[in-house]
Design a binder for this molecule. Sequence first.
Ligand code: SF4
Length: 315
Amino acid sequence: MGCPNTCSFCNQRAISHTASAPTAEQVSVILKNTVFSHGNTEIAFFGGSFTAIERDYMLSLLEAAQPYIQNGKASGIRISTRPDKINEEILDILKKYHVTAIELGAQSMDDEVLSANERGHSANDVRSASELIRKNGFELGLQMMTGLYRSTVEKDRQTAYEIVGLRPDTVRIYPTVILKNTRLGELFQNGEYVPYSFEECAELCAELLELFEKNNIRVIKLGLHASETVESDMLGGFYHQAFREICEGIIFSKKIAAEISQSGKITVFTAQNAVSKAAGHKGCNKKYFAEKGIYIKFKPDKNISGRNILIQKDE
Ligand code: SF4
């Protein structure tokens, strides 16, 4: 709701599982039936351009959330919106209603890509909205897409560098999924839009994940949310339930490759929660190295954290 135009890739109804937006009363019922993890739960209004919806309706939704902020069950409210629908006036309202985090659909920082995908805003809108949001003390989230129509791997990289420069607290990275009944779907079907290969897309997203993490920006989503609707409406592009795990596997594979020079048996020690990530999705790293004559055992080590690894030669 609230979108002045339809972006080339968007079939929001397919993504948000619903053909109608909830009323404030329905939001109250949902919240009443929600089990809150005390003080550690945020109420989120996603799936559209929240600050662009009809004002009274927006206020009624925010009102419905207030009792849970006041009794401390919810720590705050998150919303997602378009970069061109942020200004001082709207931020004052959001502050008054205890909105704590604002996510902007930036998608690309390249004006040509934005225009080719009918986003209806510019990269400059992302820059100014991000600055305003940060200046007003909100948590800033930026969402970017990879492999949009008329984008390239290099343009996607540049978008990520620019996003790092805008210093968001969180980022979501969405590889483009081509849905039925979208402009992008038409362009794909008539051959005008050719998506990246899966390998190209996963390699790029792995690189971006590392880039954001190195800059202390939390990547809170990599790939679209699991959804049967997206799967059934998908014409092409990238949707995989374990997409993040695949990207993490690529990062580990590169780390291992950089540290071993000859074939043989080795043990790779990782953080306790990283053993399966290091072995790769369905053990693909293990298989990949075995084909090169490098036989790896993966083991946890409680002294190792993050994506660090320690390699021991076994013979
Ligand atoms: S602004 Fe977001 S919700 Fe609206 S049409 Fe574009 S992608 Fe879809």
